[in-house]
Write a protein that binds this ligand. Structure first.
Ligand SMILES: NC(=O)c1ccc[n+]([C@@H]2O[C@H](COP(=O)([O-])OP(=O)(O)OC[C@H]3O[C@@H](n4cnc5c(N)ncnc54)[C@H](OP(=O)(O)O)[C@@H]3O)[C@@H](O)[C@H]2O)c1
Length: 300
């Protein structure tokens, strides 16, 4: 991973929204460790659906140079029956942020692999057509369009990522790892492929993007390689020295969750790498690094 010491001192003023969330926390931690001036605002401190709040926050942060929006409605299944709320946070707020950042700050907005249909057989490039299959995916697609479309000429970067896990908050790695450590069997789908991405790796790359001399637009940034959730769970059992036989393959149809997930949502990092931005590690190496670095905190 890119260590704090490797983050170039930028003299930028950073504002991180959704700072109580998994990615937001890692961003604030890394920026503080690199002694960058950063203001991290949780949902209670900044509601990103409120333009006046955003204006005040950017002013209070002493005039942020880079705003990283990690605030989101991320309860994918709940969004099916609560789509208006998801749309407000994921679809509407990125446009407000783009407007308030226009001519003042670079905006980095985080989006998702769930904007894709999931019927591809090779990694999605940034220009691949989107076809969200869930209310969450549709709301995130609206947010991409709002962030990129409302302020032509603005310094707006939308970064799609995938399958995040971290040392805080709910995630697949935390839930499955916790059960495996207790010797419990887990049924894990073997028919969805993606790239599990450690928030700390992503946070370091978003910080690099914050100061990079690159044209605004759409980016993909997730761990390299690909796997099914089942393969990820088996790898996790190896890392945790648990019995891999506890991981049992199942299908998405058998689990019957309210929101449809893309069957294949691997993102191509080709544009990111071609722009000279720091490459992401392979998901398997990152998982080993996360377990080594975070210990029990990853799966408690
Ligand atoms: N998690 C994944 O697997 C994944 C995959 C691809 C992309 N992403 C994207 O990556 C970004 C970060 O995700 P994450 O995993 O860090 O999510 P997270 O842990 O759920 O964090 C999101 C944060 O946003 C806050 N929030 C919700 N509504 C808000 C509002 N109106 N104003 C301000 N803050 C608000 C949430 O607060 P509450 O908890 O109080 O609601 C939460 O603290 C999101 O854009 C997400 O869509 C995530």
């Amino acid at each position: 991973m890119v260590a704090p010491a490797q983050i170039q001192h930028s003299l930028m003023r950073w504002l991180v929204t959704g700072a109580g969330g998994a990615l937001g926390r890692d961003l604030v931690d890394l920026l503080r460790a690199a002694q960058e001036p950063v203001t991290g605002l949780t949902r209670d401190e900044l509601d990103v659906t409120n333009a006046e709040d955003i204006r005040r926050a950017i002013g209070d942060a002493g005039g942020a140079d880079v705003v990283i929006n990690t605030a989101a409605y991320t309860r994918v299944d709940d969004a099916e029956s609560d789509s208006d709320a998801a749309e407000r946070v994921n679809g509407w707020a990125p446009g407000l942020l783009a407007i308030e950042c226009f001519n003042r700050a670079r905006l980095i907005h985080v989006s998702t692999d769930y904007v894709f249909g999931g019927d591809a057989t090779e990694p999605y490039e940034v220009e691949a057509p989107i076809s969200p299959q869930s209310a969450y995916g549709r709301s995130k697609a609206s947010g991409e369009a709002a962030a990129l479309g409302l302020t032509p000429g603005g310094d707006v970067h939308v970064v799609r990522t995938a399958w995040l896990y971290s040392g805080s908050g709910p995630s697949f790695v935390r839930a499955v790892g916790g059960r495996l450590r207790q010797g419990q069997a887990v049924d894990v789908v073997d028919d969805q492929r993606g790239a599990p991405t450690w928030t700390r790796d992503l946070a370091a790359r978003l910080i690099a993007l914050g100061t990079a001399d690159v044209a605004p637009g759409l980016w993909h940034c997730s761990a390299a390689g690909e796997a099914s959730w089942f393969e990820v769970a088996v790898a996790l059992s190896e890392e945790l020295n648990c019995d891999p036989a506890l991981v049992r393959p199942t299908t998405s149809a058998a689990l019957q969750r309210p929101a449809k997930r893309p069957a294949y949502s691997v993102l191509s990092n080709r544009k990111w790498i071609a722009a000279g931005l720091p490459a992401m590690p392979h998901w398997r190496d990152a998982l080993h690094e996360a377990v080594t670095t975070l210990g029990d905190a990853l799966t408690d």
